[in-house]
Ligand binder design. Structure first.
Ligand SMILES: NC(=O)c1ccc[n+]([C@@H]2O[C@H](COP(=O)([O-])OP(=O)(O)OC[C@H]3O[C@@H](n4cnc5c(N)ncnc54)[C@H](OP(=O)(O)O)[C@@H]3O)[C@@H](O)[C@H]2O)c1
Length: 297
């Protein structure tokens, strides 16, 4: 079984790496904030002092940090993965980053005879713990096939999207839908409240029929409970919509709904709510409508 190195033990990285450990892989980890590794080390993972040292101890290195800058830093920076490589190592970047950064990192990895996949995920920390994520993959087909058994331990849906950068491109397209859907769900709850409805009735009726969305199913109950504990932060959703809008500009495509959703997220961030869950956009819309979404008891 391949020895796996895992870099980035945030909300997603912890449950994803734990599944690989529990499946029997030898697991070596690093995280910028070492305390977050405690539970994994207690479960049998090994710690190394840098991404470089993790690469030296691994056959496959997975990175799961925040954004383009963070992936570039832990992979290409001083003490990064590419300083600890040898020909034949495989690198899988599972963060949601800009496609051009995925391609740039892949080129730098190739120069060291390291094959790289961009393999971002859909799902939430709970789905990561259950091994029911979706994974979309860009990079050399033979590397994708060599990593299939790793992906299968984390996901129920694995889609090969094409060459390097196409996995992260598909992820942007997916999150465009999610970002707009969360915003639409929040708008619906605000309008319903202002019009005198119980917001619970919106959650119930949209569980069937054409108004059904995963956004309302998963975020609706949390919004009406005013539980904004981060599962997927407003900062990360803002990052993904901003990257999608940049790609749209390059492609000459207008994304009016995504633009507005990004602006509401920007307001949430300006109000100091960036670290809360992305469904905190509800509170921005509530302020605009001068109302509070509350269950009628
Ligand atoms: N949460 C979700 O539901 C979800 C779903 C699908 C995809 N994603 C994507 O998955 C990725 C990780 O998300 P997450 O929710 O796990 O985020 P998170 O909880 O904020 O974790 C981010 C991780 O990145 C590390 N990091 C950030 N900047 C770094 C830097 N400059 N150098 C080294 N490490 C750095 C953090 O280290 P520290 O611990 O030191 O801060 C942490 O380990 C993101 O690209 C996100 O868009 C998330």
């Amino acid at each position: 079984m391949q020895r796996i190195g895992f870099i980035g033990l945030g909300l997603m990285g912890q449950p994803m790496s734990r599944r690989l450990l529990e499946a029997g892989h030898q697991l070596t980890v690093w995280n910028r904030t070492p305390e977050k590794a405690k539970a994994l080390l207690a479960a049998g993972a090994a710690w190394r002092a840098s991404p470089e040292a993790v690469a030296q101890a691994s056959d496959v290195v997975i990175t799961m940090v925040t954004d383009s800058a963070a992936s570039e830093e832990v992979i290409c920076g001083p003490g990064g993965v590419l300083e600890g490589t040898r020909p034949g190592l495989i690198l899988i970047d599972m963060a949601s980053i800009a496609p051009e950064m995925s391609r740039s990192i892949a080129a730098r990895a190739r120069a060291k005879e390291v094959a790289m996949l961009d393999a971002p995920v859909t799902g939430a920390p709970r789905l990561a713990a259950d091994g029911t994520l979706g994974i979309m993959v860009g990079g050399p087909k033979e590397t994708f096939e060599a990593c299939m058994s790793i992906f299968e331990k984390m996901a129920v849906k694995i889609v090969y999207a094409g060459g390097n950068g196409m996995g992260t491109t598909l992820k942007l397209v997916n999150n465009l839908i999610l970002g707009v859907a969360i915003e639409a769900a929040a708008e619906a709850l605000v309008l319903a409240t202002k019009a005198g409805l119980d917001p619970q009735s919106v959650i119930e009726i949209t569980s069937v029929g054409g108004g059904r969305t995963g956004a309302m199913e998963t975020r609706g109950p949390r919004m009406v409970r005013r539980d904004f504990t981060p599962h997927f932060s407003a900062n990360n959703m803002y990052k993904d919509l901003s990257t999608a809008l940049k790609l749209a500009e390059e492609c000459g495509v207008s994304l009016p709904a995504a633009s507005i959703s990004r602006e509401i997220l920007r307001a949430a961030r300006s109000q100091g709510k960036g670290d809360q869950d992305s469904c905190v956009v509800l509170t921005v819309l509530e302020a605009m409508a001068n109302t509070i979404v509350q269950l009628k008891v």
